[in-house]
Design a protein around this ligand. Sequence first.
Ligand SMILES: *[C@@H]1O[C@H](CO)[C@@H](O)[C@H](O)[C@H]1NC(C)=O
Ligand SMILES: *[C@@H]1O[C@H](CO)[C@@H](O)[C@H](O)[C@H]1NC(C)=O
Ligand SMILES: *[C@@H]1O[C@H](CO)[C@@H](O)[C@H](O)[C@H]1NC(C)=O
Ligand SMILES: *[C@@H]1O[C@H](CO)[C@@H](O)[C@H](O)[C@H]1NC(C)=O
Length: 410
Amino acid sequence: MGSVSLKIGDGTARFRRTSICSSAVNLLMLFSVVTTNLFALYAFSSHSQANSPLLHSSNNISLVSQHLSLILREIDSSQRKLAQMEKQMLGYESIDISRPNIVPELKLFLQRHQLPLGKDSRTGITEMVSSVGHSCEKSTDLLSQYMSYKVFDRCPDDWSLGQKLILRACEPLPRRRCLAKTVQKQDLSKSPDSLWRSVSNKSVNWSGLGCKSFDCLKGKKLSKECVGCFDLGVEKDRFVKVKGKNDFLIDDVLGLGSGKIRIGFDISGGSGTFAARMAEKNVTVITNTLNNGAPFSEFIAARGLFPLFLSLDHRFPFLDNVFDLIHASSGLDVEGKAEKLEFLMFDLDRVLKPRGLFWLDNFYCANDEKKKELTRMIERFGYKKLKWVIGEKADAQVYLSAVLQKPVRA
Ligand SMILES: *[C@@H]1O[C@H](CO)[C@@H](O)[C@H](O)[C@H]1NC(C)=O
Ligand SMILES: *[C@@H]1O[C@H](CO)[C@@H](O)[C@H](O)[C@H]1NC(C)=O
Ligand SMILES: *[C@@H]1O[C@H](CO)[C@@H](O)[C@H](O)[C@H]1NC(C)=O
Ligand SMILES: *[C@@H]1O[C@H](CO)[C@@H](O)[C@H](O)[C@H]1NC(C)=O
């Protein structure tokens, strides 16, 4: 049908099974197309007979072509309906790669590849499909621009274009066959010195960013979690000194985990300070971040920590029950309907181990309703409240901090 099926996903390649369902859909489609055509033919001939006074002028070309175009339109619309049905039944979204503005490199990437030895007996898979976000369909022009480069040459200087696509839910991005830009100099220090050493301006390529040095970023409020967070002098106090009753100390929280906290996940973790403090406690933390307005990923990596470049709309690329600890603050506050936050919370719950800790750190509640909503949701998950503090700050804003323990569900 001139379109390639895509799957929402997080892997690098997708597999499509030949299932009873898909062959049934194919049969159904074939049947529908045939019956539509027969029906149209029938409608046409009976119509001609009914209008027998016109029949004598059967050489009236314009009448014939009128009927014909009517039939063609009918067939066309039913085919479109069928394509829609197929998509819905298979759960696939499609990018129509027959469109004129789709670049060849994108077509090549999205091409299905039959397995060379036919059906794999273990998995039942017959072909491999490349993975790209289904919402890329909404931004095909940008996507085509992203896929325009010389193969084996340098990639265009366009990381911000990639991030723009991700923010439009075009995630995962397609792979590319070009070489990413490099930075001139990376004078890295050894761990654990790297955790608190200032990062050189030269270890970041600043193109596409407002600031051109770390000094420029120091005083800036980049988000609720990052107020001057590139200033390690200020960051040093976080998690080891309390400024208000909403702040918990790392040692206290680790104490609640009775020494069994070894790996953790930090949501929207700013410049990686939580992971740094945890690294000092021999706990490995992955920091989830995009580069919104600053080189967060480069900075975290330069500290010797693990940045995960992924939006919060993407399902976390971890198997169930892997983390001992999840840390999140206001970055968790996704806009939109309550269901959106629920989807996110269920995914966090999924990757957290039973008896694992969920540390909600200074979550900003815009109003009382928001606080109640959040409390209700947390209670529905059945977490044990090990710490629970609702506090007001100087600006009369309400913040919720909590340490919650995931239950062991039967
Ligand atoms: C053909 O049909 C059209 C509309 O039905 C009519 O207006 C026209 O006069 C007909 N022409 C001939 C040559 O019969
Ligand atoms: C980074 O750049 C700024 C301004 O260009 C400069 O003042 C500062 O000394 C540089 N810092 C380092 C560590 O190179
Ligand atoms: C950043 O990358 C672009 C493209 O690779 C390059 O032209 C530019 O000189 C780089 N800038 C710095 C500061 O390294
Ligand atoms: C972390 O591990 C190192 C090496 O095993 C050990 O010397 C150090 O005491 C540990 N630190 C903590 C806080 O457990």
